[in-house]
Design a protein around this ligand. Structure first.
Ligand code: CMP
Length: 132
């Protein structure tokens, strides 16, 4: 069993997609260990996205991720990190495979419905930022 972290982003929470997305995760074999609804402050969002701090979209990303509530999720299954990346789909919803969460619920490259950890180390780091 492996842990991973996923986060439902503000536009998907506002659009009432939380239940559908959590359901899709469960249907795909993930066990939900913890769920936390929160609005990230600037400091938390900057720390969370530290890896992107030199990217041109960093400022906009922090603005967006602090614009409303998100839902942080601690999930577990075998090969959880890679399986969740598969289920979430490509960063750009327009390029995401049919049936993936971003294909179904994402609206743009930035407003792409969910975040999913890209490695086991990042999953642990992100879990500790959100769940302590
Ligand atoms: P995610 O992969 O969860 O983490 C980085 C986020 O930055 C990404 O989702 C998008 O929400 C956002 N983003 C905005 N612009 C870009 C871009 N040009 N390339 C990649 N990610 C972007």
């Amino acid at each position: 069993m492996q842990d991973t972290y996923s986060m439902i982003k503000p536009e998907a929470v506002t659009a009432g997609k939380v239940g559908a997305i959590l359901g899709q995760m469960e249907t795909n074999g993930f066990r939900i260990e913890k769920v936390r609804s929160l609005t990230m402050d600037r400091k938390t969002a900057e720390k969370f996205y530290d890896v992107h701090k030199e990217r041109p979209f960093f400022g906009e990303l922090v603005e967006y991720m602090t614009s409303g509530p998100v839902v942080g999720i601690h999930l577990r299954r075998d090969e959880a990190v890679s399986r969740m990346r598969e289920l979430v789909g490509a960063t750009n919803p327009a390029e995401a495979t049919c049936g993936t969460i971003r294909f179904l619920h994402g609206t743009s490259l930035q407003e792409n419905a969910v975040h999913a950890s890209d490695s086991e180390a990042n999953a642990q780091r992100e879990l500790s930022i959100i769940f302590g």
